[in-house]
Design a protein around this ligand. Structure first.
Ligand SMILES: [Zn+2]
Length: 111
Protein backbone atom coordinates (compact mmCIF):
# COMPACT_ATOMS: atom_id res chain seq x y z
CA UNK A 1 0.00 0.00 0.00
CA UNK A 2 1.52 3.34 -1.01
CA UNK A 3 1.31 6.60 0.90
CA UNK A 4 -1.65 8.06 -1.01
CA UNK A 5 -3.52 4.84 -0.24
CA UNK A 6 -2.86 5.33 3.48
CA UNK A 7 -4.17 8.86 3.40
CA UNK A 8 -7.53 7.76 2.05
CA UNK A 9 -10.39 8.35 4.43
CA UNK A 10 -11.83 5.25 5.95
CA UNK A 11 -15.46 4.64 6.74
CA UNK A 12 -16.37 2.94 9.99
CA UNK A 13 -19.62 1.30 10.97
CA UNK A 14 -21.61 3.22 13.61
CA UNK A 15 -22.68 0.01 15.30
CA UNK A 16 -19.63 -2.31 15.41
CA UNK A 17 -16.84 0.26 14.72
CA UNK A 18 -15.28 -2.01 12.07
CA UNK A 19 -14.17 -0.59 8.74
CA UNK A 20 -16.63 -0.72 5.84
CA UNK A 21 -14.67 -1.72 2.77
CA UNK A 22 -17.16 -1.55 -0.11
CA UNK A 23 -20.34 0.14 -1.25
CA UNK A 24 -21.99 -3.25 -1.57
CA UNK A 25 -21.74 -3.64 2.21
CA UNK A 26 -22.80 -0.09 3.02
CA UNK A 27 -26.03 1.41 4.31
CA UNK A 28 -26.17 5.13 5.03
CA UNK A 29 -28.87 6.73 7.13
CA UNK A 30 -29.67 10.18 8.43
CA UNK A 31 -28.49 10.36 12.03
CA UNK A 32 -27.59 13.16 14.39
CA UNK A 33 -25.08 14.50 15.22
CA UNK A 34 -23.00 12.90 12.44
CA UNK A 35 -25.71 13.71 9.80
CA UNK A 36 -24.80 10.76 7.60
CA UNK A 37 -24.16 7.53 9.51
CA UNK A 38 -22.66 4.46 7.84
CA UNK A 39 -23.50 0.85 8.71
CA UNK A 40 -22.62 -2.61 7.42
CA UNK A 41 -25.59 -4.33 5.77
CA UNK A 42 -25.78 -6.85 8.60
CA UNK A 43 -25.36 -4.22 11.33
CA UNK A 44 -28.11 -2.13 9.77
CA UNK A 45 -30.54 -5.04 9.72
CA UNK A 46 -29.81 -5.66 13.42
CA UNK A 47 -30.27 -1.97 14.18
CA UNK A 48 -33.45 -1.46 12.19
CA UNK A 49 -35.90 -3.73 13.98
CA UNK A 50 -39.26 -2.93 12.46
CA UNK A 51 -39.80 -0.18 9.94
CA UNK A 52 -38.76 3.26 11.02
CA UNK A 53 -38.87 6.05 8.41
CA UNK A 54 -35.96 7.75 10.18
CA UNK A 55 -33.82 4.69 9.41
CA UNK A 56 -34.65 4.49 5.69
CA UNK A 57 -31.31 3.87 3.93
CA UNK A 58 -30.17 6.93 2.00
CA UNK A 59 -28.34 4.78 -0.53
CA UNK A 60 -31.16 2.31 -1.23
CA UNK A 61 -33.70 1.83 -4.01
CA UNK A 62 -36.48 2.94 -1.64
CA UNK A 63 -34.83 6.33 -1.32
CA UNK A 64 -34.76 6.85 -5.10
CA UNK A 65 -38.51 6.16 -5.20
CA UNK A 66 -39.02 8.46 -2.25
CA UNK A 67 -37.15 11.24 -4.08
CA UNK A 68 -39.31 10.78 -7.19
CA UNK A 69 -42.67 10.47 -5.42
CA UNK A 70 -41.94 13.14 -2.81
CA UNK A 71 -40.37 15.48 -5.40
CA UNK A 72 -43.29 15.20 -7.83
CA UNK A 73 -45.81 15.67 -5.00
CA UNK A 74 -44.03 18.81 -3.80
CA UNK A 75 -43.79 20.21 -7.34
CA UNK A 76 -47.54 19.66 -7.83
CA UNK A 77 -48.21 21.35 -4.46
CA UNK A 78 -45.98 24.23 -5.56
CA UNK A 79 -47.83 24.55 -8.89
CA UNK A 80 -51.14 24.64 -7.04
CA UNK A 81 -50.24 26.85 -4.08
CA UNK A 82 -47.23 28.82 -5.41
CA UNK A 83 -45.61 28.44 -2.00
CA UNK A 84 -41.80 28.41 -2.23
CA UNK A 85 -41.84 26.19 0.87
CA UNK A 86 -42.82 23.19 -1.28
CA UNK A 87 -39.81 23.74 -3.57
CA UNK A 88 -37.52 23.86 -0.54
CA UNK A 89 -39.07 20.73 0.95
CA UNK A 90 -38.72 18.96 -2.43
CA UNK A 91 -34.96 19.58 -2.29
CA UNK A 92 -34.37 18.15 1.20
CA UNK A 93 -34.27 14.45 0.29
CA UNK A 94 -32.12 14.88 -2.88
CA UNK A 95 -29.69 17.01 -0.82
CA UNK A 96 -29.45 14.29 1.84
CA UNK A 97 -28.90 11.71 -0.90
CA UNK A 98 -26.12 13.88 -2.32
CA UNK A 99 -24.55 14.35 1.13
CA UNK A 100 -24.53 10.59 1.62
CA UNK A 101 -22.65 10.19 -1.65
CA UNK A 102 -20.17 13.01 -1.02
CA UNK A 103 -19.44 12.13 2.61
CA UNK A 104 -19.39 8.32 2.44
CA UNK A 105 -20.14 6.47 -0.78
CA UNK A 106 -17.61 8.07 -3.15
CA UNK A 107 -14.81 7.16 -0.71
CA UNK A 108 -15.55 3.45 -0.97
CA UNK A 109 -14.86 1.13 -3.92
CA UNK A 110 -17.94 -0.18 -5.73
CA UNK A 111 -17.53 -3.85 -4.85
ZN1 LIG B 1 -20.88 -2.97 11.45
Amino acid sequence: MDESENKKRKIFCERCDDEITSRGDLITILQFPVIIAAYHLTCYSKQALGWNPRLTPLNGIAMIWLIIVFGVTCLIMFAVTHLILFLIVACIIPVLRLLSWVMVERILPKS
